[in-house]
Design a protein around this ligand. Sequence first.
Ligand SMILES: O=C(O)CCC(=O)C(=O)O
Ligand SMILES: [Fe+2]
Length: 239
Amino acid sequence: MRRDRTGCTRHRSRESTMTDALFEDAPRPARALGPGAFWLPGWLTLEQQAWIVDRFHEWRAGPVPIRSATVRGHEMSVQTVCLGWHWRPYQYSRDAVDVNGNQVLAFPDWMLRLGRRAIVEATGDSRSGDTYTPDTALVNLYDDDARMGMHQDKDEATLEPVVSLSIGDSATFRFGNSENRNRPYEDIELRSGDLFVFGGPSRLAFHGITKVQPRTAPTGCGLREGRINITMRVTGLTD
Ligand SMILES: O=C(O)CCC(=O)C(=O)O
Ligand SMILES: [Fe+2]
C-alpha cells in the first residue's frame, strides 16, 4: 500500500511499485489556456474535497432540492443546486420559482474566502483577493452519461471572473472562443481537485463538458462515483 502525490491510498503489487518510478503520472503544471483563463490542476487537497462533498450532501437536500433544469422543453442531463441566487435558464432569482418556490441557501463565507484565494493564486494579482465577491454558486452533479453543451456564462450582470472547482470523476472540458461554439477550442481533462478560472478577455468564452470518465474519482475525495462542479460567479444583482 502506498500514498501517491495527491495523498490517495492505493494497493500495489511489488511489480507496480517498481514500475512507478519508471512510469510516474506526468506532472500537470498550472497553465493559461488564453488571456484570463487559468487552469491549476490539483488545487484542492483530498481533505478539502471530501469536506466540500459533505457540504454538497446538505445542499442537495434543500430547501431547494437538486434538480435538472429544463431548457427549451428538455431536461438537462446535469443536476444543479444553487447557493446565494437560484439559476434557471436564463436568469437568477432568490426564490426557486421553477422548483418549489423556496429561497436558496445563503452563499457561504468559506466559499467567498476560497474564491478569493483561487483568484489570487490563478492570476497572481494579490489585490484581486480583496475585491472579488462572488454571490452565487451553481453546483452541478454529473452522472456517467451527463454532458453540458457549449455555452457562455452570460446571465450575470458583471464580467467578474468565474471560479470553477471539480471533484470526483474526471471530465473532458472543452474551452473555446468568445465568438461561437465551434473551433478553435481546446479539450482538457479536469480531474478531482482542479481549479479553473476564466475572466478578462476569456470571460465569455464558450465552454462545455463533452464526457465524464466513469470510475476515475480518487479514493478519499468523498465521492465514489459521479462528478461535482462548482462555479462561483458575481451576479451583479441586488434584491
Ligand atoms: O462542469 C463544468 O466543469 C462546467 C460547468 C459550467 O460550465 C456551468 O455550470 O456553467
Ligand atoms: Fe458554464
